[in-house]
Design a protein around this ligand. Sequence first.
Ligand code: MSP
Length: 526
Amino acid sequence: MKKIFYITTPIYYPSGNPHIGHCYTTVACDAIARYKRWQGCDVMFSTGTDEHGMKIEESAKNAGKSPQEYVDEIAERFKRLWGFMNVSYDRFIRTTDDYHKEAVQKIFKAIYDKGYIYKGEYAGKYCVPDESFWTESQLVGGKCPECGRDVIDAKEEAYFMKMSPFAERIEKLLTETDYLQPRARVNEMVNNFIKPGLEDLCVSRTTFKWGIPVPFDPKHVVYVWIDALSNYITLLGYENSEHDDMRFWSADAEITHMTAKDIVRFHSIIWIAILLALDLPLPKRLYSHGWFNFEGKKMSKSLGNVVDPFVLGKRYGVDSIRYQILRDMPFGGDVDFSDELMLTRINADLANDLGNLVSRTVAMVVKYFGGTLPRDRRPDEPADSELIGLASGLSAKTDGLIEIPHLSQALAEIFAVVSRANKYIDETAPWILAKDEGNKPRLASVLYNLLETVRICSSLLAPFMPETMVKVWGQIGANAEETAYGKAGAWGTLPKDVSVKKGDIIFPRFDIEKELAELESIYNLP
Ligand code: MSP
C-alpha cells in the first residue's frame, strides 16, 4: 500500500500581488510534495486563494472593479506565478468555486445542528485589514496585535461557534503529539489562548456582503475562517461531488499543513475545533515557519516593500530563487531578505560549489577519457571512503529532515557533500594522475566516484531544483532509473563505463555589485 500524503499551503488572500513571502511557503510545500512523490507516496498537494471578506470587497472597490472581477484577476496571477516557479500543485482551490461554497454551507449547518453554533451579538475591537476582532486585553498599545494598525469599535448580530467543548482535546493534540512544529510555538498557544479559556469564535457577519450566505439566515455571510479553513477538505470532496479524494483526509493519511507563524492560532485551535465538531480525523502536522523580513519588516503588500518573484526568477533563474529562499530560511526563525544575501548564496553554493563540481567532473571525463570511462579500474583507496560514506548515507539524513520538515538543514547536508567532493578533487589531483599512463585506472576510479557523488546529490536536489537537476543528469549520463529514490543510497549505480556529455554552465556567476545597482533601479528603491 502506498503511503498517503497530503500537503497544503494556506490559501492566499488575493488582496495584492503575490510576493517572495508567498513563494516561500508554496515552494517549500512543492519541494516536500516532489520528494514524497519521488519516495513513491500517493500525494495530494493543494494551494489556492481565499477570496471572500471585507478586505477583498474594499480592495475591489478601490480598484474600481466588482469583487468577482477583482479576485478573478489576482487568482490568475497566483496561478501564473506558481506555473513560473515550477510549482507542481495537484489542485488549486478558490473559495468562490461553487462546489466549495455549497460544501461550506453544509458544514456550517452541520455544526449548527450539533448545537455548537448559536446566535449572539458581537461587540469588540475590529481590525479591518486583518478581518479580526480582538478583545481589549489582546490589543498591543491599543492597536491590532497582529499588524499594529488602528482598530475600530464594532458591534453586530452574529453567529458564534462554541470553543470550550473542544479545549481539552485541542490542548492534548498540541502538548501530547508532534502536531505543531516547531515545538516552541506550543507554549504560546496553550498559555495565551487555551489556559485563559478559549473564547467562542464569531463565525458570521452582516456588515459586508462578499461571502457565502449562511444557508438558514441569508442576511449573514459565513465569516472567513470557517470558509477559508474548510478548503482543506472541500477540495478533496467533503460535502460535494466535485471531487472524490477523501482518502487524503482519512486516519491513514499523513496530513501536513504549512503556514507562517501569523496564522498558527487559526490552524492549531480553530481548525481543530471545526474538525472535532465534524467528527473528522485530525491532521498530523502543522509546520509554522518564520517570516521573510525586508529591511527588518515583515514583507507584505500593504507595507509597500514587495520583492517581485517574476523579476528575480527571470534574472537569476527560478531554481536559484527556489534554492535560495529555502536554504536561507532557518527552521522556525525569521530571515532578513536582501538582494545581497540572495546573490551571495547563489554565487557561493550554486555557481561555485555545485556548478563547478559538475563542470569540472564532466570536463575531466571528456579530457582524459574522451567522455566515456574505461572499465579497467583500480580498487578504491582508503582516501575515497569518506566521500563514499558521506554520499551513500546522505539520503537517510535528508529523508529524516524532510519529515520534520527541516528544509534548510536538508540542503545544508547535501551541500556539505558537494563541498567534500570539491575537496576530494583537490586531494586526488586528477591532473597529476593523468600525466602517467599507469595511473589511468586510478584516475577512472576517482572520476567515477565524483560522478556517483553528483548523481546522488542531484537526485536529492531535484525536488528543490527540478529543472536544473535534469540538465545535470544529462551531463553525467544518468537516466530516470539511476536517479530513482531506491538508488539514492546505492553507491555504484552508474555503469562503470558511463558516458558524459558536456553542456552549458548550469549556474552562472553574477557580478554582485552590478546586479545590486540594476535591481535598485528596477525597484526604484530610495
Ligand atoms: N487567507 C489567509 C489564510 C487562510 S488558510 C486557510 C491568509 N492569507 S495571506 O495571503 O495573508 O497569506 C499568509 C501566508 O502567506 C503566511 O501564512 C505565509 O504562508 C505566507 N507569507 C506571506 N508573507 C510572508 C512572508 N513575508 N514570509 C513568509 N511567509 C509569508 O493568511
